[in-house]
Design a protein around this ligand. Sequence first.
Ligand SMILES: [Zn+2]
Length: 322
Amino acid sequence: MSKNDRKRQELFNLLSANLELYDPDNAGKFRCPICLDVFGADSIIGPQPKVDLAHVYSESCGGKIETLACADCNSHVGTWFENDLVKEHRLWSNIQSPDHGIVAKLEFPEGFAVNARFYSTGPAKTNIEVLAEKNNPKNVELFKAAISKPNLSTLNFTLNVPTYHQRKLDVALLHAAYMMMFRMFGYEYIWAAPIEPIRELLTGRAAPPHTDFLMMTDLPKANNLSKQLLYRVGIMTDPPEYKSFCVGLPSPNPQVSTRAIFLPGFGETDCKAYEKLWEDRAKKFTVRATVLKDDLWRHLGDPNYRYMAQRLWRFPGHDSAE
Ligand SMILES: [Zn+2]
């Protein structure tokens, strides 16, 4: 048995015991958290198992935490959405590396453009190299003339950087937050919270222009909550009218240590709180959250922990961080 076979088996045992608590008709089986299809114990066996390890956050972006999903959903999310998360990470790592940098186009209002390599040389410092071999010599001359004008104080240009699809990246982040919730609370959250629209997004092929999900805030390095929330689940308890779950994910931006993604809680009243948070998402306010213990997932198969998420949701405790 390989290391991955063993991990799959352990997660299958844990999650099928958890499924039995909420869906006794499918005792001993696994339901994919994304498409909700049911799989038997033989689905984790073989060289190409139908149910496989699923990284909560893409492995190529440094994600290490795993749960299970069906192989079809895994590859669907990877192709349609996570790919743009990988592009975002690569862009940030290249811009910080003098060996790589990123090649972008500088478009001048005078009607010419030059290709240049950008890389960061320190906080708020960027080097721009206009590369002779990547440009039409005529445009290089026009560029030289533009920057050597006497009394030049401002240089106007549009910067065209090859980038990622922001809406697809958003869905990838929503996927990671959803999988964190599944890993932590198993089927309880998936059954009881009003999150069907998230599954519709994840099984779809397009990033919609608008969704009522994905509220995200970047927590700077020095922030107290930032350190505690990374790869953890929290409950935002204050301001109380916005009570929501929050999930901490990493960011490739060196100034940000954690991206906090907000998700709805349980029950009609508390979902109203999430709707209110959505409506007021542009406002600024200080939040207080209780970061939950990470080892709760170990108890997913224990009947005594049934409705663990809803109990914590109602009484989140007091060890809060701002
Ligand atoms: Zn699936």
